[in-house]
Design a protein around this ligand. Structure first.
Ligand code: DMJ
Length: 478
């Protein structure tokens, strides 16, 4: 029998911390023990044929968006879907969309499209450019995908490109603290941007750790790990990190703690690196961190379980915002084995989506009013649905996926792709289709309905851009 909402909140308050402590960090075995139960009136299981039909529709829509990119933006970073113009982040192309999309095309069996993307990457990707790139974005989108696609295809050229990119990025770590500057010049190795944040500092270890594993160059692992540890060492006495830090002085410049964008994937990588590399330091850092998150940031209300913001030093709540980016956290909780909190928070994310039929960038959950009305075609709410379905097989998550897909079709589809929304209430479109729409949103949606054998979740760890890395015994730890 399902707990009532009130009982669930009480259970989360009273029992939650004990449950969380009893969960092994690696979460691999325990995750499959996550339980949910169905009441009468809840969605019936979908048949295999219905799931296959959904997967087919998502594949067709991926092709639709890919064809729009091909027609109007081939060889550039992105398509601007309303003006039908190409867009390059740094004035020169780094092939953001084809690289980020490649493993999605491979997983969906879109072979001609995957082949043309690979050919483009092979012949046109020029990394030797005098441009300052954002470490975080280039690492999670390009490096992550090159590594993942190398593992999928065995194409050595992809690993060479990954190694070349990694080598060009390494100077970012040359700060007095070892925490990376925000930007690095791909040609000269010059750096800029002393003020960074936990996500940009702490979301590197999966990619550089994998590069170390695949090339044998331990330096990649050590530098990314040091950055993560230096950040963790600067947590407050109650175990929280803030939103902005100076990488030269090591001093916090914004003490706002949360799980929102700018912090989110730092926590994600503590857990995931502990699983992917068997790194016990990361496991301990994750355990400490999630305890503080659940103590100071979790905010159970009559409207559901939410996570808000607090001062990192005092734990006093400062804001009650939850949004599209925060919706990654149920996936991380589920992976850690904390199925109760994961399910409760996912219900809140779903509630947020349904306020306007597409989720807003931010909601003030204290008033249930939209605080920031855009929708950037973000994946996180779908990613968490996919994890929860994997661990529970509760058909309600398949029904959730249909709601997201229908919202995307109804409000974001254009003649030539998909467009972000500048306002989820008016449904006014914005001229943007970021590469993560291919890498993450469409991939997680597809995997929700595709046979588990397409990509067994327990055999991989996804980087924060949804590029799967094979799990296997990791590097020797110092
Ligand atoms: C992606 O680039 C990654 O998922 C990142 O961790 C957060 N933002 C976007 C998608 O919303």
């Amino acid at each position: 029998m399902r707990l009532s909402a009130v009982a669930l909140l009480v259970a989360l308050i009273l029992v939650g911390p004990i449950f969380a402590q009893s969960v092994p960090v690696e979460g691999t075995a325990s995750s499959s023990a996550v339980l949910t139960r169905r009441n009468a009136g809840e969605p019936a299981p979908m048949s295999e044929a219905e799931k296959a039909q959904m997967a087919g529709r998502i594949r067709t829509e991926t092709l639709h968006a890919w064809n729009g990119y091909k027609k109007y933006a081939w060889g550039h970073d992105e398509l601007h879907p309303l003006s039908r113009k190409p867009f390059d982040w740094y004035g020169h192309t780094l092939l953001m969309t084809p690289i980020d999309a490649l493993d999605t095309l491979l997983l969906m069996g879109l072979k001609p499209q995957a082949d043309e993307a690979r050919k483009l990457i092979d012949t046109k990707l020029d990394l030797d450019q005098d441009i300052y790139v954002k470490d975080f974005e280039i690492t999670i989108r390009l490096l992550g995908s090159l590594i993942s696609c190398y593992e999928m295809t065995g194409d050595k050229r992809l690993l060479e490109l990954a190694d070349d990119l990694g080598r060009r990025m390494l100077p970012m770590f040359n700060s007095p603290t070892g925490m990376p500057y925000e930007y690095v010049n791909l040609h000269s190795g010059a750096v800029r941007g002393t003020r960074s944040n936990p996500a940009e500092i702490g979301t590197l270890l999966i990619e550089y750790g994998m590069l170390a594993r695949l090339t044998g160059k331990q330096e990649y692992y050590d530098k990314a790990k040091r950055a993560l540890v230096e950040l963790y060492k600067r947590r407050s006495s109650i175990g929280l990190v803030g939103s902005e830090i100076d990488v030269e002085s090591g001093k916090w410049t914004d003490p706002t703690a949360g799980i929102m964008g700018g912090i989110d994937s730092y926590y994600e990588y503590l857990l995931k690196a502990s699983i992917l590399f068997g790194d016990q330091d990361c496991a301990a850092m994750w355990r400490d961190s999630v305890a503080a998150i659940n103590k100071y940031l979790a905010d159970p209300r009559s409207s559901g379980l939410w996570y808000g913001q607090a001062d990192m030093n005092t734990g006093v709540r400062t804001h009650t915002n939850y949004g599209a980016l925060d919706a990654f956290f149920p996936a991380v909780l589920a992976l850690s084995g904390d199925g109760n909190r994961a399910a409760a928070l996912q219900d809140s994310s779903y509630r947020m989506w349904n306020i306007a039929g597409v989720e807003p960038e931010q909601l003030d959950y204290a008033t249930m009013k939209i605080a920031s009305p855009g929708y950037q075609l973000r994946p996180e709410v779908i990613e968490s649905t996919y994890y929860l379905y994997h661990y529970t097989h509760d058909p309600k998550y398949l029904a959730m996926g249909q709601t997201y897909f229908n919202g995307l079709l109804a409000y974001c589809r254009t003649d030539d792709g998909y467009a972000a929304l500048s306002n989820v209430e008016s449904k006014k479109k914005a001229d943007s289709m970021e590469s993560f729409f291919f890498a993450e949103t469409l991939k997680y949606l597809y995997l929700l309905y595709a046979p588990e054998s397409t990509l067994p979740l327990d055999s991989v760890i996804f980087n924060t851009e949804a590029h799967p890395m094979k799990r296997s015994l990791g590097l020797k730890q110092e």
